[in-house]
Ligand binder design. Sequence first.
Ligand SMILES: Cc1ncc(COP(=O)(O)O)c(C=O)c1O
Length: 369
Amino acid sequence: MSTRLFLSPPHMSGKEQHYIAEAFQSNYIAPIGPFLNRFEAAIQNATGSAHALATTSGTAAIHLALRVLGIGEGDIVLASTFTFIGSVSPILYQNATPYFVDADLASWNLDPELLETAITQAPKKPKALILTHLYGQMADIKKIVAICKKHQIYLIEDAAESLGARYEEQQSGTFGDFGIYSFNGNKLLTTSGGGMLVSSNPEWIDRARFFATQAKDDAPYYEHTTYGYNYRMSNIVAAIGVAQMEVLQERVTQAREVFLWYQKELGSVEEIHFMPELPNSSGNRWLTTVTFVRTDYTKVQKALEEENIESRPLWKPMHMQPLFKDALSLQNGTSQKLFEEGLCLPSGTQMQQSDVQRVCKIIKSVCNA
Ligand SMILES: Cc1ncc(COP(=O)(O)O)c(C=O)c1O
């Protein structure tokens, strides 16, 4: 059996163990320490965001953003329906009400026109929008920022998958009131698990740090006037993050190259469509994703699995989840269609062109191309 091709395996820079050893030598085996500061500074540098807070996960970072913004019971929070559950479960943690908005075919991300309609049709004025830049590709961010400004709705950018993606020269995650990144094991960069919250507002990040460390009041003993969470990243995990951030640009270039190899092999297969890239934007192509117009994607998935190749269906939209069967949503059929026709292909940044050819040979044979 040939070696297994995974969807998006971790790709270390080689410096990780060296930095972990350094953290051990300093005995900062804690959720504070020099590597935590260095990791946050590296994110600020790479993204241009003024303030950053490292967290235990991307989901925790979204939760902190909602809490800092004072979103609670009875508040409506708009969200991309075409996303992963971690993007929206914090709305439930806050007892707020999610309102899902569909995607457009131009970006596979939130449809700005539908967003306007959703706002006007909402039972009351929504307080915030959680916008996902899916699979590392930018949403139509400028239009979405303008809509949020016009209606005075807070914007939280879920850039969990899109670290290093940009619209014009601005990095994903830095357009909104808050941005978040994930360093989960399957992401372009990983710390095995972790997240980051960014904002241009220093008071908000300070408040998020307070909530992330059990909401301890400024007193000589443990005093609490409210409750918080244990959401702070550890110095050891941050050491991995520092090493990973050193290769961010390299990883983006590699993932984009993997995408180009797929496009070269499959571009002429008429029924296959790739996730698009909006003009003026450059995604990180975290995962190469395709839809099949005629062929049942499950047949492709099965054929790939038989050859020891991992692939995954596109995210099942939130409005189709049993959990959200009664939730507010505005749909146009796009995300459902993408879900029913699409597949994520192995996209690891260690892949060679010959690996991509191996995958594509199977895909083409199933599609009779
Ligand atoms: C779009 C999106 N949002 C949120 C998350 C949550 O991030 P984490 O797994 O770090 O909690 C993920 C990934 O895991 C994601 O892909």
